[in-house]
Write a new protein. Structure first.
Length: 334
């Protein structure tokens, strides 16, 4: 059973009763399970994670599965693409990248109201805080290295060979992303903010030379993976909704956001106390070279991806974005 992975803290429950807004009739799902898997539905509970795409634990008489579906209501055409999640999981299941085994995909909205897919239910540890509170220092370091190993495995996959050549556009990733985020800011801002405009200009002026394309997870962070119950080894990377083809440093830099912003801007379920810096800052220097080694990454090239990762994550939070204007100077210290 997946747990919060911490020692010395009260464990958060893995599942909760299904939220009212996410309830659906299970009659047709029972029929699908019987037809496709020869299984009988016993219970459904909602997983504590899966904030964007509602996620459920499906218990049957044969096995336990995890169900991921689109949220109810009207959606943007490209949003909550569970079909893309299933596609990338199916491709990576053939590699050494640790992912849950995909079981079935259903695009018939008559079954539970939206498209959905089933994957195997992995049992292990989920670390909700990047600071790993409650774990001794000698235990934390292997966890971070296990996380980096999983990321390196992902970026070494030949996306053409595994059938993902049409999964996204290759090349010029940062130019396209920065232009998109800038346009989104221009379309949604409620007042002028010169600091954000300067940051957009800085990003465009500091795109590193050279380009490469890998499979990018898009939301790679510690709490989006399940670790082995007893070993510092990732057994499943989760939440592939934002995956695409892109620059590999994007995932690495996004995962380093918590080392480059104030704890006040960390999500509420992460460590937001001053102790986070004491626990985690030491892990940054060995973490980046470890993830970089398989592809001979240049740490200096991480300046733009780190700033861009923060811009992407916090572009709707003006106070946080303003604090990133000095990122160029801070990244000189990496």
């Amino acid at each position: 059973m997946a747990s919060d992975g911490s020692q010395g803290e009260e464990a958060l429950p893995e599942t909760i009763p299904v939220r009212e807004a996410h309830r659906f009739d299970t009659a047709r799902l029972q029929g699908l399970l019987a037809q496709r898997l020869g299984a009988r539905l016993a219970e459904i509970r909602q997983m504590r994670g899966g904030q964007s795409n509602p996620t459920f634990l499906v218990v049957t008489d044969q096995a336990e599965y995890v169900l991921r579906k689109q949220p109810p209501g009207k959606l943007l055409p490209s949003a909550h693409a569970v079909d893309r999640e299933f596609r990338v999981l199916s491709a990576l299941a053939k590699t050494d990248v640790p992912v849950p085994r995909p079981v079935l995909f259903c695009d018939d909205r008559e079954v539970i109201g939206t498209p959905f897919y089933l994957m195997e239910r992995l049992k292990g540890r989920i670390f909700w805080s990047p600071a790993l509170p409650g774990l001794a220092r000698e235990v934390r370091r292997p966890i971070y290295l296990g996380m980096n190993d999983a990321l390196a495995r992902l970026h070494l996959v030949d996306w053409r060979v595994v059938g993902l050549a049409e999964f996204g556009r290759s090349g010029n990733y940062y130019m396209r992303q920065i232009n998109r985020w800038t346009q989104q800011w221009q379309n949604s801002k409620t007042r002028e903010n010169p600091s954000i405009d300067r940051l957009s200009e800085w990003l465009l002026q500091h795109i590193p030379p050279g380009d490469e394309t890998t499979i990018c997870h898009g939301d790679f962070r510690l709490d989006n993976m399940i670790f082995h119950p007893n070993e510092p080894r990732v057994i499943g990377i989760l939440d592939w909704e934002l995956s695409t083809l892109g620059h590999p440093l994007a995932d690495l830099a996004y995962n380093c956001i918590c080392y480059n912003i104030s704890p006040d801007h960390l999500p509420s379920r992460s460590s937001a106390s001053p102790s986070f810096w004491k626990v985690s800052w030491r892990g940054r220097r060995p973490a980046m070279p470890r993830a970089a080694r398989p592809s001979r990454r240049d740490r200096a090239a991480a300046r733009l991806p780190t700033a861009a990762g923060n811009w992407r994550a916090r572009r709707h939070d003006e106070a946080a974005v303003i604090s990133l204007v000095g990122m160029d100077r801070r990244m000189d210290r990496i």
